[in-house]
Design a protein around this ligand. Structure first.
Ligand SMILES: NC(=O)c1ccc[n+]([C@@H]2O[C@H](COP(=O)([O-])OP(=O)(O)OC[C@H]3O[C@@H](n4cnc5c(N)ncnc54)[C@H](OP(=O)(O)O)[C@@H]3O)[C@@H](O)[C@H]2O)c1
Length: 328
């Protein structure tokens, strides 16, 4: 089977090598998966660079989420899984950028026939993060206001849809007129091109000076700093990621004076600490998908061979929505 592997760390297009390998066999508690689709995520870029919080030993295959069919099971796993359509988080190392992979049985979830492979491969990391962040961590309420930064991105576009599905008024920022249009089409009411203008005044104007109740921030750096200027009384700033490359410092006196919360979100940790949270979120996401309330924005479907260049585009702000590699 074909798989992308990283032998030395660096930019994806420089270090990924397409190899012909033996299919990985599932160990105890694992399943083998014939991958149908693998979606790209910013953490794949960080993994290639060696900047992600988890550092698999070299050589490894990146790829954090896939959809596919279970083809084999390891010791202790119900053989009834074989042949079922699933979405999965592959083990770190074998990874999803391959025609076959392995995953812990705890990290696979069955998908309905109504869901296509590309949608399924896009409905795990970004939507789970959005669901857990907005509902479990921020307790978002219908009628509240939500500002999503980098709203045209993978994580951002999912958060816009989930915010609307939760009954919130949704605002967004995005880099450049095309991405602004993407956010508008997703249903964001006010969208600011934050590379061209400051978003603070626009958010205050849209909220009668109050600011946003919830701010979803995958960007960090200056974007986080400015978010503190337009967060509402009893607002929650969700710390999702640092695509800007800078981890901001938060003055705690400011949080006290303005009475807001800075809420960390590490969705992946639920897999070990409280997997029921992920299972419950999956059920709700499938329900929302079947009800037509969420539908992953897939901007591009690629052949497996095109993955490295696509990851470079993702790293340099050149993509929107989800980019998905199709194996067949
Ligand atoms: N906390 C969690 O549990 C969790 C889970 C999943 C992902 N994440 C994090 O969420 C973030 C987004 O991931 P994603 O896969 O959805 O990526 P993405 O949004 O598809 O791509 C990143 C976006 O970040 C924006 N950006 C702003 N400044 C940037 C810069 N200097 N360089 C590159 N991009 C910049 C760009 O949008 P504009 O051009 O519109 O600015 C870019 O399109 C990542 O940091 C990822 O690690 C966190």
């Amino acid at each position: 089977m074909r798989a992308w592997r990283v032998h030395e760390l660096g930019e994806p297009a420089d270090v990924l090598v397409l190899e012909d390998l033996e299919a990985p066999e599932p160990g105890p508690g694992e399943v083998g998966i014939d991958v149908a689709a693998a979606s790209l995520n910013f953490p794949d870029v960080l993994l290639c660079r060696g900047q992600y919080q988890v550092k698999p030993p070299l050589p490894f295959t990146p790829g954090a989420e896939v959809s596919g069919t279970v083809r084999s099971v390891g010791e202790g796993v119900d053989p009834g899984w074989v042949g079922r359509r699933v979405l999965a988080i592959p083990n770190f190392g074998p990874g999803g950028m391959a025609e076959q992979t392995v995953a812990s049985v705890a990290s696979i979830h069955e998908i309905p026939e109504s869901m296509g492979w590309s949608a399924a491969a896009s409905l795990f990391v970004t939507y789970q993060t959005g669901h857990v962040a907005l509902h479990r961590r921020a307790h978002i309420q219908p009628g509240e206001t939500l500002l999503v930064h980098a709203g045209a991105g993978g994580v951002g576009s999912a958060a816009i849809q989930l915010g609307l599905a939760a009954g919130a008024r949704v605002f967004a920022t995005a880099g450049g007129p095309e991405k602004v249009e993407v956010c508008r089409k997703l249903g964001a009411e006010v969208v600011v091109d934050y590379r061209a203008e400051d978003f603070v005044d626009a958010i205050k104007a849209a909220t009668n000076g109050r600011g946003a109740d919830v701010i979803y921030d995958p960007v960090g750096g200056d974007t986080f700093d400015r978010s503190r200027k337009c967060i509402a009384f009893e607002g929650r700033i969700l710390v999702i990621g640092f695509t800007s490359g800078r981890i901001a410092d938060a003055p705690t006196n400011h949080a006290l004076v303005k009475n807001y919360s800075i809420v960390g979100v590490h969705w992946g940790l639920y897999a070990t600490v409280n997997p029921q949270v992920i299972a419950d979120a999956h059920d709700d996401l499938v329900r929302l998908f079947d009800a037509g309330k969420i539908d992953p924005l897939i901007s591009q479907e690629l052949d497996l061979g095109e993955v490295p260049q696509a990851l470079d585009r993702l790293a340099s702000r050149g993509t929107w929505g989800k980019v998905v590699a199709r194996m067949h």
